[in-house]
Design a protein around this ligand. Structure first.
Ligand code: NDP
Length: 339
C-alpha cells in the first residue's frame, strides 16, 4: 500500500465561475488505523453539481465546504484494511470519502460506509443510477410528479445522471417522456438509446418563442409533469405549455449556480393553471431510499435502466472535470477514476 494519500482541498471561494485555482492537490501520510476503523481505497469519485453550492460562503440548505479541507463528495471503493468486525478486506463500499485516494473511516458511525454488491451492478453505478442521482430522479418523479399513464413528463438536463433516470422511470409508468439537452449528440442518445419519445436540443432555440414552439411540437397534449434541473428560460418555456393541475419537481437550477440571474417571467401561470411546484432535497427523504434503491437496482441489473458515464482519469483531473460538469461537457454521470 502506498503510505501517501493524495487529496484535493478547497483553498479559496469562487466569485462567479469557479477555476482550478480554487483547489489544491496535497500529499499527506496515511494514518494508522484505530480500533473500529476501516481504510478504504477509492476507485471512483462522484462529481455533482451541488458541490458548486458548497464552495460558496453563504447560507444554504447545507453547510459550506470549509476552506483548507478535503473537498466533499461521494466515493466508491474497496476496504484495504479493517479493524471493524462488519468490514473485511476486499469489501466493495460506498461512502462520502471526498476528493482523495484513501479514507480512514470510523465504521461505528451509522451510515458512513455502506457495503454494496457488485455481482450484477458495477461499482460505479452506485454513484449514479443506483445511488444519490438515481434516488433523486425516483423521488421527484414518483413523489412529486406522480405521473399517470398517458401523461406527458418533461425533464431538463435529460442525458445527465438524474435526467436520464427520470425519463426512463416515467416511461416505465406509461407516461410520455420528453427531454431537453444540450447538443445533437446528447439528444440522439436520449431519444434512441434511453427511449424518450422526443428530445429538444435547447441550444438550437436561443429564445423563449423558439423553445416554446419546439415544446409545443414535442408535447401536443401539453405538459402534465416537469422535472426541473436547469431553471431560467427552460422553466419559463415549460410553464407556458403546462396543463391545468400540472406538477413541477424543482430539483436543480444549474443555470444559476454561478450567480447568474434566473428570473421566472410568468409566475401567474402557477395560479391560472393551479400548478404545484415543489422543491426538494433528496437527503431529507432517507426513509424512502431503500424503496427507491430496490427499484433502481433491479432495473439496472436487468439492463432495462440505461445510463452513461464520463470518466476522468486520476485525482488531479477532478477540478477540471468538475468545471466541465458545470458547462455541460460531461455526457452522463461524471466520475473520476482513481484505480
Ligand atoms: P448532470 O449529469 O445532468 O450534469 C449537469 C448538466 O447540466 C450538464 O451536463 C448540462 O447538460 C446541464 N447544464 C449545465 N449548465 C447548464 C446551463 N447553464 N444551462 C443549461 N443546462 C446546463 O448532473 P446531475 O444529473 O448530477 O444533476 C442534475 C441536476 O439535479 C442539477 O441541477 C443538480 O444540482 C440537481 N440535483 C439535485 C438534488 C436534490 O436533492 N435536489 C440531488 C442531486 C442533483 P446539457 O449539456 O444537456 O445542458
Amino acid at each position: 500500500m502506498d503510505p501517501i494519500n493524495q487529496q484535493i482541498l478547497l483553498v479559496s471561494r469562487p466569485e462567479g465561475e469557479p477555476t482550478v485555482d480554487n483547489f489544491q492537490l496535497v500529499e499527506t501520510p496515511l494514518p494508522d488505523l484505530g480500533e473500529g476503523q476501516v481504510l478504504v481505497r477509492h476507485h471512483y469519485l462522484s462529481l455533482d453539481p451541488y458541490m458548486r453550492g458548497r464552495m460558496n460562503e453563504g447560507r444554504s440548505y447545507a453547510q459550506p465546504q470549509p476552506l483548507g479541507e478535503v473537498m466533499i463528495g461521494g466515493t466508491a471503493g474497496e476496504v484495504i484494511a479493517s479493524r471493524h468486525p462488519d468490514f473485511a478486506v476486499g469489501d466493495a463500499v460506498v461512502g462520502m470519502g471526498g476528493w482523495q485516494q484513501y479514507q480512514r473511516v470510523d465504521a461505528n458511525q451509522r451510515g458512513v460506509l455502506k457495503k454494496v454488491d457488485t455481482t450484477h451492478i458495477p461499482l460505479s453505478a452506485y454513484l449514479g443510477a443506483v445511488g444519490m442521482p438515481g434516488v433523486t430522479a425516483w423521488y421527484g418523479l414518483t413523489q412529486i410528479i406522480a405521473p399517470r399513464a398517458g401523461e406527458t413528463v418533461v425533464v431538463s438536463a435529460a442525458s445527465g445522471a438524474v435526467g436520464a433516470v427520470v425519463g426512463q422511470l416515467a416511461k416505465a409508468r406509461g407516461a410520455r417522456a420528453v427531454g431537453l439537452a444540450g447538443g445533437p449528440e446528447k439528444c440522439a442518445y436520449v431519444s434512441s438509446e434511453l427511449g424518450f419519445d422526443a428530445c429538444i436540443d435547447y441550444r438550437q432555440h436561443p429564445d423563449l418563442k423558439s423553445l416554446g414552439a419546439a415544446l409545443k411540437a414535442a408535447c401536443p397534449n401539453g405538459i402534465d409533469g416537469h422535472f426541473e434541473n436547469v431553471g431560467g428560460m427552460i422553466l419559463d418555456a415549460v410553464m407556458l405549455r403546462a396543463n391545468a393541475f400540472s406538477r413541477v419537481a424543482l430539483c436543480g437550477m444549474i443555470a444559476g449556480y454561478n450567480g447568474e440571474p434566473i428570473p421566472m417571467h410568468n409566475p401567474s401561470l402557477i395560479l391560472v393553471n393551479r400548478m404545484m411546484l415543489q422543491g426538494f432535497i433528496v437527503s431529507e427523504h432517507m426513509a424512502l431510499w431503500p424503496q427507491a434503491l430496490q427499484e433502481l437496482g433491479t432495473e439496472v441489473a436487468s439492463g432495462r435502466l440505461k445510463y452513461r458515464e464520463t470518466v476522468a482519469q486520476g485525482l488531479a483531473s477532478a477540478p477540471e472535470a468538475f468545471l466541465g460538469l458545470l458547462k455541460g461537457r460531461n455526457f452522463g454521470k461524471q466520475l473520476v477514476k482513481l484505480v
